[in-house]
Design a protein around this ligand. Structure first.
Ligand code: SF4
Length: 275
């Protein structure tokens, strides 16, 4: 869809144009390649600036094309809505005790609403569990600006743009990694538990912790629902990494993962985090 002269384009949403919780402005610097991601992530300085820079990144040509194409064409049921169509920045507490790692935003979920796991069935199941276990303020997460908050928790995606078939490439994961590394460095001071939603998030966690200078287990622990590994922190505390089956539509429809199973994982994460 092309905007008429003087009008804002419908979707994707231009930075700083009033979308709820948009961290960026028109002046936020844009990473156009992997080297720029490394540079802009390392020099952001504050969490607010980092999330702003994440939210306008254009370093992966395939993902930029896909996220914006989806935002322009839309799903029929959302045809009257604007789509965010940009990377999904980290969201939640600035000093979390629990970090929730996902794979990547969904084309018509996070890519539409601008908030991770918000506006799709995976998010419905996930946020209901977070609410039951005291990590979210509301049972549902429908859209940015709906009043939802994470309580002592933060949510991030290993890859911040919606990928075709939900499958980012290794190169795209590696290009996006500096955003995650920089975010972890800024928020991990009180962190005690990391919940990895799915195998991809589990795999992305170990290099992240190694990059942060932590002593990660070798060989790396195998992923499974409820799998656990303890990683010593430099302050003498420990970080508990927990595997959790991804609450994808397929996994919840087939019963591979249930609300009770998610609740158990988040209660375990809370317990270790002293919450
Ligand atoms: S996936 Fe990450 S690095 Fe690639 S364009 Fe999106 S935000 Fe930038």
């Amino acid at each position: 869809m092309t905007a008429a002269a003087g009008e804002q384009p419908d979707s994707p949403v231009p930075p700083g144009t009033g979308w709820p919780d948009d961290p960026a402005t028109a002046a936020t610097p844009v990473a156009e390649d992997a080297a720029a991601v490394r540079r802009l992530a390392a020099t952001a300085g504050t969490l607010a600036e980092l999330t702003a820079r994440q939210s306008v990144c254009r370093a992966c040509p395939r993902l930029v094309e896909w996220r914006e194409q989806v935002a322009r064409e839309k799903r029929r049921s959302f045809a009257s809505e604007r789509y965010w169509g940009r990377p999904i920045p980290g969201w939640g507490a600035e000093r979390p005790r629990v970090l929730i790692m996902g794979l990547a935003p969904a084309a018509h979920g996070g890519n539409r609403t601008g908030r991770v796991f918000t506006g799709d069935r995976s998010g419905d199941v996930l946020y209901a569990s977070l609410w039951r276990t005291g990590l979210a303020a509301q049972e549902t997460s429908i859209t940015a600006g709906d009043g939802q908050r994470l309580l002592g928790a933060r949510m991030v995606a290993a890859v911040r743009c919606a990928p075709p078939q939900n499958k980012p490439t290794v190169s795209e994961r590696d290009t996006c990694a500096p955003w995650l590394t920089a975010e972890f460095a800024l928020v991990a001071g009180d962190l005690r538990s990391i919940v990895c939603l799915g195998h991809f998030a589990w795999q992305a966690t170990w290099p992240l912790l190694a990059e942060a200078g932590l002593d990660v287990p070798r060989p790396r622990p195998a992923f499974g629902h409820g799998a656990e590994a303890l990683v010593p922190r430099r302050d003498g505390e420990s970080l508990l990494v927990i595997g959790c089956y991804h609450p994808s539509q397929q996994n919840t429809f087939t019963g591979r993962v249930t609300g009770v199973m998610l609740d158990d994982v988040f209660r375990r994460a809370r317990l270790h985090a002293g919450m």
